[in-house]
Design a protein around this ligand. Structure first.
Ligand SMILES: Cc1cc2nc3c(=O)[nH]c(=O)nc-3n(C[C@H](O)[C@H](O)[C@H](O)COP(=O)(O)OP(=O)(O)OC[C@H]3O[C@@H](n4cnc5c(N)ncnc54)[C@H](O)[C@@H]3O)c2cc1C
Length: 460
């Protein structure tokens, strides 16, 4: 059985790994010269490789850590106690434990308690479906109260959603509260975040090695131009140098990109895929010669700051693993077509550094070793109120074509943990489809001994 996988991000490579483990011959096609996609690496001017975007692994990421153990790279995982806080009007407020919650000066004692209660209430939700039709604002106002919503939650939601969050279900914040709480270990509820030495590419490389050892291939710098569809069945990929035929195909990129690859599919399915919405991102990394805040994450509740948060990954990555640098990512989430996506690197650099100077009096520009900007249009899938019908299925209406993409991960957040989990389930579905086709083929072979397999199009 030969399967083509389009996209060499974590999803594609993990899917390839699980299929190769089951004896499938896998060819992964990746448009870029490096694998990893959003979780891929970048090289600093001094040659140090770092994650292009900030990536933490949580100690509660059980699927991911099990996968690392299976691949023999669990000894490359490192975890550290970290801190989180809020930034507002020149001050940082640490928010790591019950005592700090209860001291949070921007709210009165009753509102603080209600804020703490919101975190607790999220852990007690047993059936997330009940939050599907409740807006994030209604849910948070009910639990935290209007004042806490306006002071803490609204500015965070405004920053994250580039303005509008009216149609967003409560599942959005619920899944975040549950994930963040899961990092807190032990009686003292310390927060743990971690990484693989070398970044996520260490995981990607280990997966690729296993795929290759099983006879599979990763084709870098090889964009797929089209999924070739004949008589309603996907039969191959069109590359720059021609068509390669496969028994089955799996597409792992975002829905609007997938839509463009299947001009031969039914128009209503293509239109359906085009409705899947995403947040984009403009995400500079500031490489410093010293720590900036010491916090892993500072949530910004101050609308004068152009970025969504301050994420200092060297709060949990020992700088020795990243060339002795201190890494601070300053993301701004945007709509894919937002004017922020069009700003030049120089404009972003000036605005961002001026904000850092205002926010942190001890910060100075001569501490900056490098400032590098990355942009992506489709980063985080958006889900609307009662919107599960809008999620595209793993089995597409096109025979032989599987879709395995982050938009299908809901209500969990999209990250290495949920993506590798999803890829494993999708591999199982794809394999079952292939086996079912093979058993149909066997039946046909027994009934019609002449030209058996070709008659059910199990061809290369
Ligand atoms: C700013 C940011 C912060 C994040 N933080 C975390 C975190 O802390 N922890 C965590 O675990 N996760 C985090 N994530 C999420 C994680 O990076 C993603 O969930 C994951 O990388 C998605 O992988 P994917 O393979 O589904 O998609 P992608 O990485 O987008 O992979 C799709 C691949 O398809 C390729 N492709 C597209 N078109 C074609 C074509 N025509 N032919 C061939 N190839 C093609 C692309 O080049 C790409 O490599 C973060 C992501 C971002 C952007």
């Amino acid at each position: 059985m030969e399967v083509a996988i389009i996209g060499g991000g974590i999803m594609g490579v993990t899917l390839g790994y699980y299929l190769a483990q089951r004896g499938v011959s896998v060819d992964i096609y990746e448009a870029s010269p490096v694998a990893g996609g959003l979780a891929g690496p970048m090289t600093l001017p001094d040659g140090t490789a770092i994650d292009r975007f900030y990536h933490a692994i949580l100690s509660s990421d059980s699927h991911l850590t099990r996968l690392c153990a299976e691949l023999g790279i669990a000894d490359q995982l490192r975890f550290r106690e970290t801190r989180m806080g809020f930034y507002r009007q020149g001050a940082i407020y640490s928010m790591n434990n019950v005592a700090e919650f209860l001291r949070f000066p921007l709210l009165n004692p009753l509102d603080r308690m209600r804020l703490g209660f919101t975190v607790l209430a999220a852990q007690l939700v047993r059936d997330w479906h009940q939050l599907e039709g409740v807006s994030v604002e209604d849910w948070l106002v009910r639990l935290s109260g209007r004042r806490a919503f306006d002071t803490v939650w609204r500015p965070m939601l405004m920053a994250k959603f580039d303005g509008g969050f009216e149609d967003t279900p409560a599942t959005y914040i619920w899944s975040r509260l549950v994930r963040m709480k899961s990092t807190r270990e032990g009686a003292n509820q310390k927060e743990m975040a971690g990484h693989l030495i070398g970044g996520y590419i260490t995981l990607i490389n280990a997966l690729v090695e296993r795929i290759q050892a099983a006879g599979g291939r990763l084709h870098l710098s090889t964009p797929v131009r089209e999924v070739v569809i004949e008589n309603g069945r996907a039969v191959g990929v069109r590359l720059a140098d021609g068509v390669r035929r496969f028994d089955a195909l799996a597409v792992t990129m975002q829905a609007p990109i997938f839509q463009r690859l299947i001009p031969g599919a039914a128009e209503d399915y293509r239109a359906f895929l085009g409705q899947t919405e995403y947040l984009g991102i403009v995400c500079p990394v500031v490489v410093l010669d010293r720590p900036l805040t010491g916090y892993w994450t500072l949530n910004i509740t101050d609308e004068s700051v152009p970025f969504t948060g301050v994420i200092e990954t060297t709060a949990y990555i020992d700088p020795q693993y990243v060339g002795g640098h201190h890494l601070v990512y300053l993301p701004k989430y945007t709509a894919p077509g937002s004017p922020w996506q069009q700003k030049t690197d120089a404009e972003i650099q000036e605005l961002w550094l001026a904000s850092l100077e205002r926010m942190f009096p001890r910060f100075a520009r001569d501490q900056v070793r490098y400032f590098l900007v990355h942009r992506e249009r489709y980063v985080e899938p958006l889900h609307r109120l009662n919107g599960t019908d809008a999620i595209p299925g793993v089995q597409t209406p096109i025979a032989g074509l599987t879709l395995c993409t982050t938009a299908q991960i809901y209500p969990a957040l999209t990250n290495g943990e949920s993506v590798t989990r999803h890829a494993e389930s999708a591999a199982e579905l794809l394999l079952n489809g292939l086996l079912a086709r093979r058993s149909v083929a066997d039946d046909v072979a027994m009934a019609t001994p002449v030209a058996p397999l070709d008659s059910v199009a199990v061809t290369r």
